[in-house]
Design a binder for this molecule. Structure first.
Ligand SMILES: [Zn+2]
Ligand SMILES: [Zn+2]
Length: 352
């Protein structure tokens, strides 16, 4: 039984782990399985090749990866830079930058998990070049690359894509991780994330897979049941500093993690994936270790982890599962995607 609080060293907060609660009865809402039987192309999809987007722009007949500026940007250099002063105790500041969409494939019904390893390498290269380009823009302080996947995280369009927010500010979690990592380096002379990797390797129970230069694990302090960190073993402040061999290794670790996610319940596995990279303001962040975090909202095939009293009301995460057990579960899953194993994307071989 795991029933304790665990310290999250990157966020500097406690996580309540109460794994004995995972089997408690549930009579609330459940989430329907995501649709798996889709076709290659959808006429009403704003991301499919040749289709018209809300802005009126028509997507090219792209055959590989396609990038465009978001038609409804959350940040833009068109946002006002002269603001009315905030009253009294309040503060405000301009929010601007660049928001882009990256389609992984022209195929409407693929997921990142189903891309070939060399296509994932190519995607990592695109992220790397996007990062370099956007980080070099004056006024850009940070580049957040993330993917929201699945209805469970509010995405109704299954077309495989991610977003890039290059902003004049640094997102709060990154700011916190940056401060914590830099202070740790100053005080101990060591990189915090390296000490996390050491702890994970010494224990071993939460490691999902690893290659020569990359590793995937559910951290000791995971807040979500299937929260996985994927990282290069060497410290780099951002994706921009990874070598070609490291990108390749990273793809070779990402792929089995993504396949295992989909294989868990034989459905496209919903998650929020975020690349955590140091600020891109030109300063030295040698204590910051680039990593990818997966935050999947489901605890079971149809059971959502709701953020409620402890999280929203009290500000502390309550996890109902043991990271050790969940890592074991992921490790035991086959590395071949269920659609390939079934030879069809419609029904499992044993269903009537
Ligand atoms: Zn599409
Ligand atoms: Zn992080």
């Amino acid at each position: 039984m795991t029933w304790e609080e665990r310290w999250h060293p990157l966020r500097e907060e406690w996580v309540i782990v109460a794994a004995h609660r995972q089997d408690r009865p549930w009579s609330g809402n459940t989430i329907a399985k995501d649709e798996t039987n889709l076709s290659d192309y959808a006429a009403d999809c704003y991301l499919c090749p040749g289709n018209r987007r809300v802005s009126g722009a028509i997507n090219p007949e792209y055959t590989n990866i396609f990038i465009f500026d978001n038609d409804h940007p959350c940040v833009s250099f068109e946002a006002p830079s002269e603001l009315p002063p905030a009253p009294a105790v309040y503060k405000n500041r301009p929010a601007n930058g660049v928001a882009r969409v990256v389609c992984y494939s022209p195929r409407h019904n693929l997921t990142l998990a189903e891309l070939e390893p060399h296509d994932i390498v190519e995607l990592l290269e695109v992220w790397q070049s996007q990062y370099r380009e956007l980080a070099a823009v004056p006024d850009i302080a940070h580049v957040l690359i993330f993917e929201n996947k699945g209805v469970a995280v509010g995405v109704s369009n299954p077309h495989p894509h991610c977003q890039i927010y290059a902003t004049n500010f640094v997102f709060s979690t990154i700011e916190k991780e940056t401060q914590v990592s830099e202070r740790y380096l100053r005080e101990t002379g060591r990189v915090l994330f390296q000490d996390i990797l050491d702890a994970e390797r010494n224990d071993g129970r939460r490691i999902i897979t690893e290659s020569q230069s990359a590793i995937a694990f559910i951290p000791y302090f995971a807040r979500y049941a299937y929260e996985v960190f994927v990282a290069p073993k060497e410290t780099h402040a951002s994706l921009a500093d990874l070598s070609a061999a490291e990108l390749c290794d990273l793809a070779n670790v990402l792929k089995p993690v993504l396949v295992k996610f989909d294989n868990l319940w034989c459905m496209p596995f919903p998650y929020v994936m975020a690349l955590h990279q140091a600020p891109a303001d030109g300063r030295d962040y040698s204590g910051f270790h680039f990593h990818i975090e997966f935050h999947p909202p489901l605890r079971r095939p149809n059971l959502l982890k709701y953020l409620a009293g402890p999280e929203i009301g009290g500000g502390s995460f309550l996890s109902d599962t043991s990271p050790e057990e969940k890592a074991e579960e992921l490790r035991a899953l086959p590395p071949v995607h269920y659609k390939i194993a079934w030879g069809t994307n419609k029904v499992p071989p044993d269903s009537d």
